[in-house]
Every structure is written in C-alpha cells, then in structure tokens.
Design a protein around this ligand. Structure first.
Ligand SMILES: Nc1nc2c(ncn2[C@@H]2O[C@H](COP(=O)(O)OP(=O)(O)OP(=O)(O)O)[C@@H](O)[C@H]2O)c(=O)[nH]1
Ligand SMILES: [Mg+2]
Ligand SMILES: [Zn+2]
Length: 348
C-alpha cells in the first residue's frame, strides 16, 4: 500500500491541519499530531511541509505525522517550507512605503532563491505620478512590480495568472493588505482584515498564523502575519549576492580582487552611483561589526544579536547556559517518567 501523504496547511499549538494529496472517501483533511519520534529527533513540522501520515482515524478525521518529506526550501520567519514564489506587499500610504523596510524584506526573500514579485497596494491613496515613481524605482533595482488597489475596482486581478499552480507566500509589513488580497482572491474563506488605526499608521498585526489556502485555478497561497523589520542575512558574504544590482554588475564586469567587499577596494566594478549602494554599504558594515562581536571559542562571555520591539538589531550577552537554563516541563516530566515519549508514541 502506498503512503498516505498530505500538505501541512496550518499549525495550531500542537496540531497540524493536513490536506491529503488525494481525498479518501470524501475526506480531504485530517487534524494531526506529530509522532513523538519526530519530536525526539528535533524535527519541526512547518506549514508547506509534505508529510507521511500514520494512524489515520477516518471517523474522527485524525491522524499522526510520521515523517517529513525532504524540503526544497524554508523561509525562517514566518516558518514555511517548499515555497515557489514570494509576493512582497507594501502599501504606498498608510503605512507609507520605506526604502529600508522594502530592502530588508527583499533581502530575506532573496535567501530563498525563488521568484520574487513586488506588489504596491493602496494605489487609491496616492497620485498616479507617485505610483509610477515606485514602479520605476523597483524596476531599476531589478524587480518586477505591480501597483494595485484592494478596496475599489479589480486591479488586483492582474496577479491571478502569477499564482496558478504555485505555492506563493504573501509577506510584508503589518497593515499593507495581505489578508485583503487573499480575501479578494478567496471570498468564501473567512479571512480577517484589520484597520490601520493606530497612531503610527503601522497596522495591528491582525493575522497571527501562517495558513495555506487552495486557489481555484490550482496552487496555494499563504497569508502570513506582518512584521515590520526582518533581520539581515546572517553572513556578510551573502549580502552582495542578495542585491540584483550587484549581481548584474558582476555579470558584466570583474572586480580587481576576488574577495572584493565592494566598499573602498581599488578596481571595484560594483561601487557606483546606484540608488541602493549606500544601503548595501550600511548593511555590510553592520554585519561585519556583528561578526566581529560574535562569539569565538575562547571568547566567553559571548553576545547574541537580538531584535528589539522596533525591529532594530542589538547585541546582548549570552547567559551561561548551564547556570541559568530552566528545565522545560517536558524535561521535568521525563525526569520523573523517562518513558513519557514512548508512551505517547505507542498511544498513537
Ligand atoms: N485605501 C485602501 N485601504 C486598503 C487597501 N488594501 C487594504 N486596505 C486596508 O488596510 C487595512 C489593513 O489590511 P489587512 O489586509 O488586514 O492588512 P495585513 O497586511 O493583512 O495586516 P496584518 O495582518 O496586520 O499583517 C484594512 O483596513 C484594509 O481595508 C487598499 O488598496 N486601499
Ligand atoms: Mg493580515
Ligand atoms: Zn567590488
């Protein structure tokens, strides 16, 4: 008998909503737990994972995830796997579009190595001239881009052909219209949309979970919670590769030094008068400073980079793990009952 395979649509607490690859007796979805064996191996199940299900209970529509099939890629925040393309949404106003913020989202999406498409929303709130300026700007950076309105008219329909037969994840800051777009595409799903009413025009983080929705023309789309300042890629060397402007310059020319950082080095073919170059340099210096402060083997106490509530990265000392670590409830429980996981596994 072939394995029962499905796609994880949503993760809620310790439960996983899994859509079966083929419906069985009219049943399309099972609510699953994760087998304790996976838990022991430290394998996290995330939205977008293809999984093998065991212990199906067809009456109760329940099952257990026994295996995670290999992932093609994984977006760390929000955690989602096997993505084909990222749709990055930004509002032209309320909240206003910001070059730093857009670039940070672009850098995160670049790390996935999948198609990226930028969508500016709330076209109704700015002039046609401003819309065109952003369009031109993104094109110069090397990205395809659409400008839409989600409250009046149907300009958003231009996105439909892009979405068919793909797993698309919609990312962007809070309040830009991610859920509004999904509500337009899938009016029969109960999608919550929030007002951008706080003092700072920042949105209210209405969406709390990542969820994949099936599209009528085939394919899936994921709504995600907005967050305002994604972190930079961890490695300074990855930074240059995440700027299409740099990739394009390196495809045509060559820097004098193979390990050129494209900063002050002589004979650099990347340094120049392009819009995001100062941003690249700022981020490069930031990452290099963080790498210098990062832990080395004989350099204890150590530091870690942490984002504060404004999304700014700052360095904090790491506590001595042995001295300060609290035992989790599971560890305390296991201490009393070392067979706890096996019991859980055999119960399934
Ligand atoms: N004027 C105007 N308002 C819009 C447009 N798109 C969305 N909105 C409004 O913007 C607000 C936020 O929309 P949401 O769809 O909840 O935004 P979101 O990106 O899902 O926000 P989070 O879930 O917090 O990440 C709602 O009041 C929408 O009605 C648009 O094109 N024009
Ligand atoms: Mg939302
Ligand atoms: Zn260079």
């Amino acid at each position: 008998m072939s394995d029962l395979v499905g796609l994880v649509r949503a993760v809620q607490a310790n439960y996983y909503r899994v859509r079966l690859r083929e419906s069985i007796n009219g049943i399309e979805e099972l609510l699953c737990v994760r087998r304790a064996r996976l838990k022991k191996m430290g394998q996290q199940v995330c939205v977008g994972d293809w999984v093998v299900i065991s212990h199906a209970d067809w009456q109760g529509h329940r099952g257990a995830i026994a295996e995670i099939l290999p992932r093609r890629n994984q977006l760390p925040r929000p955690a989602i796997a096997n993505v084909d393309q990222v749709l990055l949404l930004f509002a032209l106003a309320d909240p206003p579009a910001d070059v730093h913020q857009i670039t940070r989202f672009l850098l995160t999406a670049e790390g996935l190595n999948v198609e990226i498409h930028v969508v500016f929303t709330k076209a109704d709130l700015v002039s046609a001239q401003e819309q065109q300026q952003w369009r031109d700007r993104l094109q110069q950076w090397g990205y395809s881009c659409d400008v839409i309105c989600l409250t009046v008219g149907n300009s958003w329909q231009c996105l439909q052909p892009r979405l068919a037969h793909k797993i698309t994840v919609v990312c962007g800051p809070s309040g830009v219209g991610k859920s509004s777009l999904i509500r337009q595409l899938l009016p029969w799903e109960a999608i919550r949309v929030g007002a951008v009413s706080d003092h700072w025009h920042r949105g209210r983080h209405t969406t709390r979970h990542v969820e994949l929705f099936p599209l009528p023309a085939g394919g899936w789309i994921a709504d995600t919670p907005g967050f305002n300042q994604p972190e930079l890629p961890p490695d300074p060397l990855q930074l240059a590769a995440a700027f299409p402007e740099i990739r394009q310059r390196l495809s045509k020319g060559r820097c004098l030094f193979d390990n050129c950082r494209h900063d002050q080095e002589p004979g650099c073919c990347v340094r120049g008068d392009w819009e995001r170059y100062p941003l690249y340099i700022e981020y490069l210096h930031e990452l290099e400073a963080m790498a210098r402060a990062a832990p080395s083997v004989d350099d204890v106490p150590r530091v870690k980079a942490k984002s504060d509530s404004q999304g700014q990265q700052r360095l904090e000392p790491l506590l001595d793990p042995k001295k300060y670590r609290r035992r989790s409830r599971r560890q305390q429980h296991q201490h009393l009952n070392p067979m706890a996981d096996e019991v859980l596994d055999s119960e399934l």
